[in-house]
Design a protein around this ligand. Structure first.
Ligand SMILES: NC(=O)c1ccc[n+]([C@@H]2O[C@H](COP(=O)([O-])OP(=O)(O)OC[C@H]3O[C@@H](n4cnc5c(N)ncnc54)[C@H](O)[C@@H]3O)[C@@H](O)[C@H]2O)c1
Length: 340
């Protein structure tokens, strides 16, 4: 396995995707350094519990894990770590996530998604990183009408600040990849769900409300769809990208990029209507929900659907988890975690 003995930096390692990724990476003989500021955008206890899980799991795995708590805007703290460790791979997942929250607290998006991103790029430049992977988002497609979304579609019209910061990340990363020849892969995640998921996302919000017999709020009167992507499929995709740094595209393309830079959708490729998603969740919980139908929320997009052909061709990415199975796994974890 080519990951053996690699020094890997994972930012956002106490987050939903980051913690699941670290757990998987530690199956290999690697040194993983994790950074997270453990901010309170959602339950800090959940983030600590994810770190605890990583620790528990480590007894059975080969890799080493070191955790550092600080904000990536803090360049001095980042620099100190770089003096001590030469990283081979940087996987940057830390960000202020969430579309709706970007209307309430724009500042945290500027700090975590732009200032911190700039620091990570400087780290990649200074350390001559051989594989830089970062999290983008399906939200960059905004209200594009042509579905499924393709990486070559125009993404110039974000409809939330969150999406605008993710699109900015893609542009900033391309500039660094071009200037300093940093092999860079940006992954546009599509509604990732599963055990240890985020409390601000629909699976968790709906599950909590249904179990507490509260009404669930259904936006755009249910007329929405999402390309729900199971956490294990996403983690598998990221690991495969760890093994295959981006290279320059030698074929003549409609992009004029000469950088070792790739952007991929990482979704399930099978969008599900919101009402069907709720039905699957109700079946798994064995409870019918009480519903309140509302209008569209500002900043939200109506549909997401990933064309994943490019990632399939690049690393053989092929998600395997059905929504029924993924939701069941999520519900089982939820009941166990909250001792219900
Ligand atoms: N989960 C999804 O469906 C989804 C979809 C699209 C894109 N993404 C992107 O994927 C990445 C991971 O998402 P997630 O769902 O795991 O989110 P998450 O919020 O669970 O994880 C992000 C982690 O980063 C940390 N963090 C945030 N700002 C930081 C900073 N400035 N310095 C240090 N740590 C900081 C947080 O404490 C958190 O633990 C994010 O970049 C997110 O925007 C996720």
């Amino acid at each position: 396995m080519l990951l053996e003995n690699k020094e890997i930096l994972v930012t956002g390692c106490a987050g939903f995707i980051g913690a699941a990724l670290v757990k998987k990476l530690l199956n290999f003989n690697v040194n993983v350094t994790g950074i997270d500021n453990l901010n309170t955008y959602y339950s800090k206890n959940l983030k600590l519990a994810r770190l605890e899980q990583i620790k528990k799991n480590r007894k059975f795995t080969k890799g080493n894990f070191n955790f550092f708590q600080f904000s990536l805007e803090d360049w001095e703290s980042l620099r100190k770590i770089c003096f001590e460790i030469d990283f081979d791979i940087v996987i940057h997942l830390a960000a202020q996530a969430g579309v709706r929250y970007s209307l309430k607290n724009p500042e945290s998006y500027i700090n975590s998604n732009l200032v911190a991103f700039g620091n990570i790029l400087d780290l990649c430049k200074n350390q001559d990183i051989k594989n830089f992977i970062f999290a983008s988002s399906s939200s960059v497609y905004g209200n594009n009408k042509q579905i499924p979304f393709n990486e070559k579609d125009n993404v110039d019209y974000p409809i939330s600040l969150y999406a605008a910061t993710k699109k900015s990340n893609e542009l900033m990363a391309h500039a660094y990849s071009h200037l300093y020849q940093i092999p860079t892969t940006g992954l546009r995640f599509f509604t990732v769900y599963g055990p240890w998921g985020r409390p601000d996302m629909a699976p968790m919000i709906f599950t909590k409300a249904i179990l507490e017999k509260r009404v669930i709020k259904i936006f755009n009167k249910g007329n929405m769809s999402r390309d729900f992507t199971y956490i294990d499929d996403v983690v598998e995709g990221i690991c495969r990208c760890c093994l295959k740094p981006a290279v320059k595209d030698n074929q003549i393309s409609d992009f004029s990029s000469k950088a070792p830079y790739k952007i991929f959708n990482i979704g399930n490729g099978k969008p599900v209507n919101l009402m069907r998603f709720i039905e699957i969740l109700e079946n798994s919980l064995g409870i019918e929900s009480k519903k309140e139908y509302l209008g569209m929320q500002q900043g939200d997009v109506v549909d997401t659907w990933a064309n994943t052909t490019n990632l399939k061709d690049w690393i053989g990415y092929a998600p395997t988890t059905s929504l029924e199975k993924g939701i069941n796994n999520f519900v089982n974890w939820y009941k166990n975690y909250y001792s219900l």
